[in-house]
Design a protein around this ligand. Structure first.
Ligand SMILES: [Zn+2]
Length: 280
């Protein structure tokens, strides 16, 4: 995740979604069903390695020189970095890394080809482990960490059964789509996403009943927005009041985006009125 190319890519995703730097990187990638860029880079490196030996041209000579550098103890040359990565993925059989690096492994590197598909599978397995404990469910009292943000996204919003999330295929205006995506990724204006406030103090400023203002409270419980739950225009949305994942991944994403847009406008209006009244 620390690659400059990956950072630029994450910056782009944050830019188009309107999310800020607090948004979890893995959630951003999962929202668009995009694998980390490193997987593609690793597969490209494997192709470069394979093609060099197959074509036996000047690239092969350069690679041989690079491997000699590695044998002399250079850990930063391209061959050392690439082969160490392949070794760590378990794709260099049972050779020890020290033996490969020093050239004593008795393995003919020039006849060694790497399968990009195997690299992809091995890396995807590693990244899938970053999804925290599958059975654990996020609550507003979960520890403050990137892991918690990731877990909430997975528990409440991510639909593993689709190739593309429904809202990305629906005809939703850009303005409303951004509101919807920010809501899913923990980038909305709700108090739970205000990291300048201690977690236990992120209570709802709209109903003042002492509950943490998270996405579930906003959608299902906040008394200040009861009128939306009873409004005829949104009636078909409320199929299950307690399952936020089903609610957020229901078929009618246009109506959901409209609802969130209207609810956030109402929330802003309410907070502005409260501010005016407190100042009067
Ligand atoms: Zn509330």
């Amino acid at each position: 995740m620390a690659s400059p190319a990956q950072s630029l890519f994450i910056f782009f995703l944050r830019y188009i979604t309107g999310c800020n730097s607090k948004t979890c990187k893995m959630s951003l990638l999962k929202e668009f069903h995009i694998a980390p860029l490193q997987i593609r880079i690793a597969c490209t490196c494997a192709k470069f390695w394979n093609d060099a030996w197959k074509n036996s041209n000047i690239t092969a000579d350069i690679l041989r020189a690079d491997i000699r550098l590695m044998y002399k103890g250079n850990d930063k040359c391209w061959s050392a970095l690439f082969l160490k990565a392949m070794h760590d993925l378990g794709l260099l059989r049972s050779y020890s890394w020290l033996a490969i690096r020093s050239g004593t492994a008795n393995c003919d590197l020039e006849s060694y080809l790497f399968d990009p598909a195997a690299i992809k599978v091995a890396l995807e397995n590693i990244y899938s482990k970053l999804w925290k404990d599958n059975e654990q469910t996020w609550t507003s009292n979960s520890v403050i960490s990137i892991g918690a943000a990731y877990l909430k996204y997975k528990s409440w919003f991510y639909d593993k059964d689709v190739e593309t999330h429904k809202h990305h295929k629906a005809f939703i205006s850009l303005k409303k789509l951004k509101i919807l995506v920010k809501f899913r990724l923990g980038g909305s204006a709700l108090r739970i996403n205000d990291h300048s406030i201690p977690r236990n103090n992120r209570v709802c400023p709209c109903c003042n009943n002492g509950n943490i203002e998270d996405e579930k409270h906003f959608i299902f419980n906040c008394q200040s927005f009861n009128n939306f739950r009873h409004c005829h225009a949104y009636m078909c949305l409320w199929t299950d009041h307690h399952d936020i994942k089903a609610f957020c991944n229901q078929d009618n994403q246009i109506l959901l985006a409209n609802l969130l847009h209207d609810m956030f406008i109402a929330r802003n209006r309410l907070l502005n009125n409260n501010l005016l009244n407190s100042g009067a």
